[in-house]
Write a protein that binds this ligand. Sequence first.
Ligand SMILES: Cc1cc2nc3c(=O)[nH]c(=O)nc-3n(C[C@H](O)[C@H](O)[C@H](O)COP(=O)(O)OP(=O)(O)OC[C@H]3O[C@@H](n4cnc5c(N)ncnc54)[C@H](O)[C@@H]3O)c2cc1C
Length: 417
Amino acid sequence: MYDVIVVGARCAGSPLAMLLARKGHRVVVLDRAAFPRDTVSTHYIQPSGLSRLARWGLLDRLTATGCPPVTEALWWFGETSVRGFAPPSGDIGFALAPRRTVLDALLVDAAREAGAEIRERCTVRSLVRDEDGTLTGVRFQREGGAEETLRAPVVIGADGRNSIVARQTGAAAYHTRPPLTVVYYTYWRGLSPERRHRNEVFLEGDKQIGVIPTHDDAYLVQAARPHDFFGTYRSDIERHYLKAVEEAAPSLAEELAGAERVERFRGSATLENFYRKPYGPGWALVGDAGYHKDPLTGQGISDAWRDAEFLAEALDTVRGGGADWETALSAYERARNAASELIYDFTCEAASFEFDPMTRQLVRVLAEHRDEADRFFGVIAGTVPAERFFAPDNLLSMLGRLPGDALAELTGTEGTP
Ligand SMILES: Cc1cc2nc3c(=O)[nH]c(=O)nc-3n(C[C@H](O)[C@H](O)[C@H](O)COP(=O)(O)OP(=O)(O)OC[C@H]3O[C@@H](n4cnc5c(N)ncnc54)[C@H](O)[C@@H]3O)c2cc1C
């Protein structure tokens, strides 16, 4: 009865289901949650992600929820500030940080409207295979009910980084890095209105503080520390969170002292970095299930949307007879990796709180040249190709904009007379 079963209905699962249903596939989505439902995640969406949402006809719906557009980035590397904003993605020249309660429910509704069947409060317990090992469906359980079987020729794991589909298919992980950070965040009201359209980040030693505006005049403020600080952090989250803000961003700490904290703290330390082989006979992975990285650079939601689009295209090509499973799905894996590898490396570098000497000098260039700062933010935003920005000749030409003494410091040579 179904062509595709999707496990997971958030950023990866619902858009995939929507895109497939729009192409005429019969899709059922299972999620153990019922929406709207929050999840542990901050929620900065890059302009590249928003331009996908616009293409799908959903951006106006999201902006109508009253989430303030972000049009300025201000990142502090110690004392050095870099100000700018990414070049637009098409005509989208802003980012948004909507609450996941709002965003995920909107995506679920869009999938349902496209014709996908959404089954909430249904937990997938295991995968079902035929005699030759090919996946043929899932066993799932409704809340409070008995286990049932659902069959389809394709099962998609859009079920997050601890994906049961990945585990039970044995999807191989590669380019792995252990968790690098632990992050806690909460929401505040009463911060300076100057912050209403700004994404501000403070990188100071082994602390990273981020501030983003969201719905209801609130601001999400996060404080990340190295992963080995987890035990200490957890022992008194509020104290260590405020201490990190005070040490890395004293002016923000003053603001928080006069502001109102409106929610409890949330956070995570299980932030492994990995790619997984995203397909095998009868199954595929999308979103965090197939590719997960530290959230420090805010890529996950936009990546999930990109990969949902790539995967929908691949599955539709197979169904239409345009390519066999292996050809189409291996192209999906290559496209995902090519679009993400450089920013993955940069994210891991930033999340290890260790910038090499060249990066530190590049920051000086960004601080002094707004055009370079915009291009840097464009890489994070997905609107400037990372391979162009990180190309050796581009980095050299950026370094060429340094004053002579800084260049000499970097190359270890005496200054030129
Ligand atoms: C602390 C933190 C901060 C972050 N900040 C940002 C940010 O600012 N910007 C950004 O872009 N990204 C951010 N991310 C990453 C972002 O949250 C993820 O990349 C994104 O949610 C991935 O979407 P997904 O649909 O793949 O997985 P998920 O959002 O994890 O959704 C998986 C869904 O699958 C369901 N599910 C799982 N197992 C089963 C099962 N067995 N049966 C039924 N249902 C199941 C779950 O209930 C869930 O609804 C952050 C993440 C964290 C942890």
